[in-house]
Design a protein around this ligand. Structure first.
Ligand SMILES: CC(C)(COP(=O)(O)OP(=O)(O)OC[C@H]1O[C@@H](n2cnc3c(N)ncnc32)[C@H](O)[C@@H]1OP(=O)(O)O)[C@@H](O)C(=O)NCCC(=O)NCCS
Length: 145
């Protein structure tokens, strides 16, 4: 059964999930063209993802699935939902930074690209400048119109 993925606020519940998944989130309160989605299991937030939009460029961020719910397709479904929303918003290239999940994203069509090649709006985000270490991999996927 497809998980039900809904818009969620960048609030305490999301912070707790990101902390449980060892992701940093000090920029969650930053105002901008960004939105978050999540799905619930047993009344609690089990998985989440966010996208930030900079014109035709997007940043997929904060993908997290609580450990007990992993391996059941939630991560892939959340990425698909983020991509669908990004396409709806006119994003043509969706980027992400990851330290540990490159192979997961490669299976979903993302390709490694040099951090130096990141578009300028992404370089200014907190994800780039401080939250994701310089050792993290930049990946990109072209989205069909
Ligand atoms: C990455 C993550 C979201 C995957 O969630 P999930 O719900 O388990 O993903 P799915 O069930 O859709 O996919 C599971 C498949 O991906 C693989 N996979 C999961 N995490 C992986 C990783 N870090 N590296 C490589 N493969 C991974 C699993 O082995 C599994 O493979 P299989 O189908 O052959 O058994 C989850 O492991 C997570 O929250 N990790 C911590 C946070 C993180 O790294 N986020 C990404 C950076 S923003």
């Amino acid at each position: 059964m497809e998980p039900e993925i809904m818009p969620i606020p960048p609030g305490q519940e999301l912070r707790e999930l990101l902390a449980e998944c060892d992701l940093l989130f000090s920029d969650l309160g930053v105002v901008g063209d960004r939105r978050f989605f999540g799905c619930r299991r047993g009344g609690r937030l089990a998985g989440a993802v966010g996208i930030e939009r900079y014109g035709a460029i997007g940043l997929l961020r904060s993908l997290a699935v609580a450990p007990r719910w992993r391996g059941a397709g939630l991560g892939a479904a959340l990425v698909a939902a983020a991509e669908a929303e990004a396409r709806r918003l006119g994003v043509r290239r969706l980027y992400l930074l990851t330290t540990t999940a490159s192979a997961f994203f490669a299976r979903l069509g993302y390709q490694r690209t040099a951090r130096d090649d990141a578009p300028p709006p992404l370089c200014a985000t907190e994800q780039f400048t401080s939250l994701c270490p310089s050792s993290s991999h930049l990946m990109v996927k072209r989205l069909p119109a």
